[in-house]
Design a protein around this ligand. Sequence first.
Ligand code: UDP
Ligand code: MG
Length: 318
Amino acid sequence: MTKLAIVVPCYNEQEVLPVTNEELTGLLNVLRDEGSVSGDSFIMYVDDGSSDKTWELISGYANDSDNVRGLKLAANVGHQNALLAGLMTVKDEVDAAISIDADLQDDISVINDMLTKFKEGCDIVYGVRSARKTDTFFKRFTAQGFYKLMKRMGVKSVYNHADFRLMSSRALDGLSQFKERNLFLRGIVPTIGYRSDCVYYERKARTAGESKYPFGKMLSFAFDGITSFSVKPMSYIMGTGVCMIILAIAFAIYALHSYITGNVVSGWTSIVLSLWFIGGLLLFSVGVVGQYIGKIYLEVKERPRYIVEERTGNGSEN
Ligand code: UDP
Ligand code: MG
């Protein structure tokens, strides 16, 4: 039977935690009674260096129930790192782990569908928001712009999927091979591979407490996502440089023509030409240097080059 862990990163969530814990333990009990998960499945709360009563609450829940555990991080390290901490802690012990935000904006009733897909052989099941009715126009607009930009920058990511997903233990093993510090899970997970699928739900409003992702943090998250996955901005700089040089050549013809026909102020031709050429050349050079830095960047990440799914044939047991 599937041993499941539900991993919940929590940062100053004392307002929502009581509700969240009730709902999640309720759900886990139902799943257990139905026989979809094993009796020793559990919820793992990760306290991301909260300064409120979050940890007191978590320890309380863990004392009251065998199916609740807590992990307290020594400092606030951010949503992504907190989530990774939780996932890596449970990875060797469970068959599958589901990550979900503490505010339960994601619909926990689709967890059942996730488990079904897992049992059908999917290693990764993404929770995808089919509607964002409850988000403000601003949040919706910025979030969607973000997904589009990511796509244009060549980052593989699942549209409208946040960090609500199921991962099998071998997918988590794959994830553990990504050594980067600059963590952007939504981008990393699709690069792991294995069979994956999506389940759809409507995103709800936060039940209590405030969003820990104000606009500024969201922007830096988006920037992080792009810069940790794509070296395309460098190519764009180089491309702009090339365009400027081509423009400079076209302009040179025009300027020389004006010079020959004589209707220019003296000194204009040389100044204008060198301006464009030097500009183009500088931009192009920065772009070239950027390409090398981009390569160094990809090397130092030491990402796995491949992940083996299965082996067959003679000697595959060794
Ligand atoms: N979170 C965290 N560390 C942080 C910020 C947020 O662990 O530094 C957690 C937070 O407790 C929540 C999840 O990350 O469980 C998502 O945060 P939030 O709901 O505030 O983001 P939003 O849904 O508004 O994008
Ligand atoms: Mg939220």
